[in-house]
Design a protein around this ligand. Structure first.
Ligand code: GUN
Ligand code: ZN
Length: 442
């Protein structure tokens, strides 16, 4: 095991992004070192460059871990995921509202039991790390203790984490409801206990407009104005039946987005899951406020919700900020590789393409930009926190065989995205420490 308090030098093929890569020929968008070095100390990357240069700077005696021929990238970021849905994933045959009522709410009821919450929190972090994900923006259940359990786990394992307890006070079973006052009080107590503790960040988390009364939306808005530096996360415009019910519940609203705007919930730290069926006015509002549209391709396909128009949102006159996410357990895989593979197909169904560099930008720097944490993670830049994933492009027989015909880095990345999963993750470093050995194997 590496010791984070002494320097460690990683050697491998390093890849990090400077900005959005417009095409496979946009070489200025990334920095790739065929024989790269990353020097880490006290949880941070202190130098990055060619191995020869970094090794000379590190001096003799520094512990070196040679990951050649594998790729070293910033750890993957998942911008929207539900911790209490580990036993919801793979639930058959329903669209969003039935899926919530039949599977999700009953399952989330179990998180009233703190011991259950602790068990799932541990297994959730295992699953993240197994898939090379080092940061998530996560929804816990309505129960305060579920957020406490998750933060305790991510704190112990030193992960940069954004999470919150969901606020929901109607249109669900009593066992998963709070009240406007209790949701305000519990959220405030959780912020006091966890926000800024180690690498933990709190997100104010009204589930969506259907499960929050106007009084609770006001409470969420009050929290957002009391704590303007915090993230806000919720769901927006995922499914036609959801949109219709939402409009009935808030008849005065111009559209779905207008509800969140009305309660002061839209800003540059707002993460809006799905955003599939936005009208132009709604997209303009997101663009003007800087709120982030979170693309959840495996979930959108699995629940039959629709096709997120990634390239149109990105290219429109008032462009949207976009993140990508697994949305487990509506989503069907913990892997950001699997997520972006399905994302590629969704974008293809919209008549567009997403080039492999853009895809890996999205999983790393792009999601860090969307979560406003680029100063901390999402690149291999010196001074940032050392969350790193080691990718093996020959992890399976099928990958090895296909690699025989691969000639460029772009082709290799596309192969890893298309055929890769947790087997392609050779190692993952969390704040400079090798973390694969901490994952339960059974
Ligand atoms: N909308 C409100 N809650 C949820 C959820 O848990 N998953 C998804 N996919 N959509 C939601
Ligand atoms: Zn969700």
């Amino acid at each position: 095991m590496t010791n984070a308090s002494t320097a460690t030098l990683l050697r491998g093929r390093t890849l990090t992004f400077r900005r959005w890569p417009d095409s496979v020929d946009d070489h200025g968008a990334y920095v790739y070192e065929e024989d790269g070095g990353l020097l880490m100390r006290d949880g941070r990357i202190i130098a990055a460059g060619s191995y020869a240069e970094i090794a000379a700077q590190a001096g003799v005696g520094v512990e070196t871990i040679d990951h050649r021929p594998h790729l070293l990238l910033p750890g993957f970021i998942d911008a929207h995921v539900h911790v209490p849905q580990m036993q919801v994933i793979a639930s058959y045959g329903a669209e969003l509202l039935d899926w919530l009522n039949n599977y999700t709410f009953p399952e989330e009821s179990k998180f009233n039991d703190a011991q259950h919450g602790r068990r799932i929190a541990r297994l959730f972090v295992d699953e993240m790390l197994r898939h090379g994900t080092t940061t998530v923006a996560a929804y816990c259940s309505v129960h305060k203790q579920s957020a406490e359990a998750f933060f305790a786990e991510t704190h112990e394992r030193n992960l940069l984490t954004i999470a919150g307890k969901v606020m929901m006070d109607r249109n669900a079973p009593d066992t998963v409801l709070d009240t406007p006052q209790s949701s305000y009080d519990d959220t405030k107590a959780l912020i006091a206990e966890w926000h800024g503790k180690g690498r933990q960040l709190y997100a104010i988390t009204p589930r969506f407009a259907i499960t929050s009364s106007p009084e609770q939306m006001e409470a969420a808005g009050a929290l957002a104005s009391e704590f303007p530096a915090l993230h806000v996360q919720t769901h927006l415009s995922e499914n036609h039946a959801e949109i219709a019910l939402t409009r009935e519940l808030y008849p005065w609203s111009k559209d779905y987005t207008d509800i969140y705007a009305h309660y002061g919930l839209l800003g540059a730290k707002t993460l809006l899951g799905h955003c599939i069926h936005l009208c132009e006015r709604e997209a303009d509002v997101l663009s003007e406020t800087g709120a982030v549209a979170v693309f959840c391709p495996t979930s959108n396909l699995f629940l039959g919700s629709g096709l997120f128009d990634y390239q149109r949102y990105r290219r429109r006159e008032k462009p949207l900020r976009i993140a990508a996410a697994s949305d487990v357990g509506g989503g069907t895989n913990y892997s950001m590789l699997r997520t972006m593979d399905e994302g590629y197909k969704v974008i293809a169904l919209n008549g567009e393409k997403l080039n492999p560099f853009a895809s890996f930008w999205q999983m790393t720097r792009g999601n860090a930009e969307a979560l406003s944490v680029t100063d901390r993670v999402g690149t291999l830049d010196a001074g940032t926190e050392a969350d790193i994933v080691v990718l093996d492009s020959r992890a399976t027989p099928a990958m090895r065989l296909r690699m025989e015909t691969v000639e460029t880095l772009a082709e290799e990345l596309f192969l890893i995205q298309t055929l890769g999963d947790d087997r392609a993750i050779r190692e993952v470093y969390v704040a400079g420490r090798a973390a694969k050995s901490t994952i339960a194997t059974s």
